[in-house]
Design a protein around this ligand. Structure first.
Ligand SMILES: [Zn+2]
Ligand SMILES: [Zn+2]
Length: 177
């Protein structure tokens, strides 16, 4: 699996949605959701403001995946959701990915395509890495989630900001002792 390629766009979209809908200071307004869809390669122009709450709900549904203490909790959640969300594999050939798999046909609505893609990309990540690539930010006081699709895979923070803040605090603590 190319974790840094196409299969990761559902993963980064899931992270962005969970943080928007459940993270402290998250912006899950219709405008922010539209931007999130655009930035993650979804057909954002099909988004309608009336669907915003359905998207937010999906963010709340996915959060426990990132908080799952054990692999079996995460897989149980994903398995349950894969039964609930309508999924129909569909081959699509478009730029920039060439021929690849979609998990819902173009005739299904954006919300269903979004749910199917985020779900399957998270499932693929778990198959490849277990829970080693996802979690809640390790910075004190931050409740945002992250997913690491880089080759190194050593990420523990939601952002550079949280990583730097934590490193600086650790450095000061070491200097005091
Ligand atoms: Zn596609
Ligand atoms: Zn953070």
């Amino acid at each position: 699996m190319r974790t840094t390629g196409y299969g990761s766009h559902g993963v980064s979209a899931a992270v962005a949605l969970v943080n928007a809908a459940t993270g402290e200071g998250g912006d899950a307004s219709a405008e922010a959701l539209r931007r999130l869809l655009r930035e993650n390669g979804f057909f954002w122009h099909e988004f309608e403001d009336a669907e915003a709450e359905d998207f937010r709900r999906w963010g709340r549904v996915l959060r426990p995946f990132f908080e799952a203490p054990r692999l079996q909790d995460a897989t149980a959640l994903l398995n349950r959701l894969m039964l609930e969300i309508p999924m129909h594999p569909h081959l699509s050939d478009h730029e920039p990915h060439g021929l690849h798999m979609h998990y819902a046909p173009p005739s299904s609505r954006l919300l269903d395509r979004f749910r199917a893609t985020t779900l399957m990309n998270l499932a693929e990540l778990v198959v490849e890495y277990g829970l080693g690539r996802t979690g809640v930010c390790a910075a004190a006081g931050c409740d945002r989630v992250y997913a690491d699709t880089s080759r190194a895979g050593r990420r523990r923070f939601c952002s550079e900001g949280c990583a730097n803040r934590t490193n600086v605090a650790a450095f000061r603590a070491r200097r005091r002792t």
